[in-house]
Write a protein of this length. Sequence first.
Length: 234
Amino acid sequence: MDIKICNLVKQYGNNTVLDIPQLTIGSGELVGLVGNNGAGKTTLMRLVLDLIEATGGYVETDGRRVTEDAAWKQFTGSFVDGRFLIDFYTPEEYFGFIARVYGLSQETLDNRLEQYQPLMHGEILGTRKYLRQFSEGNRQKIGIIGAMLINPKVLILDEPFNYLDPTSQITVARLIRQMNEQLGTTVIISSHNLSFVSEITSRILLLEKGHVIKDLANNEGSATQELEDYFNNV
């Protein structure tokens, strides 16, 4: 699924936090957003997901403006922050809720959850805990699994490696790349972890003060040195 951005602007008062004239993310691309705090990465994701209102311009997914046609929601998985979770649900209730919304049978849900057992480490299902009672790391895992559970055509994850131990970071990186390669999912991730972004993405967008200042092809980590040079000199 293509994502097209045209003259997209977000302002808060007199402060412009995002200004992207033209940008297209092609179907099946795995794109990383990088930049220091305040660069506009999360703002861009929230606009793509129609969570905040643009000051100007628009976002299209599969040729339809996200603000005018909600069809994109049926094939888009996302996890931007902990507010996406339902804190008074158990993990089973939360995953079951997602399955009902997206029309997944119990058998399909069980089979897909089995695929994510290596990430859960036996610490999530069967614990009889509410989501609010889990550590930040396990909440992060639950949110990521919930986003991927529907086998989305578009997957958007903001800082997916936050709060995770090294083993879980590696597992999440593998799952993201696997979904992209096997299902052709269009993926957008943001992260401060340049190592993982450089390792798994095919394209990297470098943002600074709301602008895309570099659009880098990343063939087998070819963008790594340019990114390191940039951040060493900012």
